[in-house]
Ligand binder design. Sequence first.
Ligand SMILES: [Zn+2]
Length: 71
Amino acid sequence: MSTARFETTMDYAHHRADMRIVCQCGRTINVPFADVLKLFGGLPQAITRLKCKRCFKRGEVKVSPVPTVRR
Ligand SMILES: [Zn+2]
């Protein structure tokens, strides 16, 4: 895992890192880096406004990069 900082959606695209979104209820979603920009554009705020499909809470998510295995 590199020490690169992942603050914006652009960072995920740049590093080709999938995004892992974990809700406080435990629901985990992995978003392929190719879809990160499509889903959220350049706005990291859009991620924290996500509404969980299980507990229906908003803004209770933690976002972190998923280490990718290069093929
Ligand atoms: Zn949830």
